[in-house]
Design a protein around this ligand. Structure first.
Ligand SMILES: [Zn+2]
Length: 171
């Protein structure tokens, strides 16, 4: 039996997993290839979460410490987020015109995000993507288990990346 895409009114074959909850519960919905693209593009994971909630989320047992749910496990929530981001395996941005952000319009949050990722304000999406890949490898929790400094650093980087991704794909 084939799974049907869970997007409203869609009848296509749902073959891609998308996280359904913001709580690491490992609940998924299945989406077709068109709708997983839309989902990944518009998904600002951290929106509406307080700083504390984000910290707790990032340090939750499932994500970081439980041996049966290693960080690199394919069902781990962050693995999904980062694999989607790092590989861009659905080529979400392939057909996009490279949208350089208008520097005049940068707000403080935008600038902070560029600074955290050690990028110039005129970096394009590909540069952000490349840099994120490098930084995640550098601060990956599998390499620095339990090190608070690295956890905090990775948290900041992930949020900065999340933010830049959003402002770069907004229409
Ligand atoms: Zn669909």
């Amino acid at each position: 039996m084939k799974n049907i895409c869970e997007w409203k009114n869609c009848k296509e074959f749902g073959k891609f997993k998308a996280p359904a909850e913001k709580d690491n519960s490992k609940k998924f919905k299945l989406l077709c290839d068109q709708h997983i693209k839309l989902f990944n593009k518009s998904w600002n994971y951290f929106e509406g979460m307080s700083d504390n909630e984000i910290t707790n989320f990032l340090k939750s047992d499932i994500t970081w410490h439980r041996p049966t749910q290693k960080f690199g496990s394919p069902d781990n929530f962050f693995s999904i987020l980062w694999n989607n981001a790092l590989n861009d395996k659905f080529k979400i941005f392939k057909d996009e015109k490279n949208k350089n952000i208008n520097k005049v319009k940068l707000c403080k949050k935008d600038k902070d995000a560029f600074n955290i990722m050690e990028l110039n304000f005129n970096a394009d999406y590909m540069a952000v993507q490349r840099k994120f890949k490098i930084l995640v490898k550098k601060f990956h929790p599998d390499r620095h288990a339990g090190n608070k400094v690295y956890e905090d650093k990775l948290k900041k980087i992930t949020m900065a990346y999340s933010h830049l991704k959003m402002i770069m794909v907004q229409k």
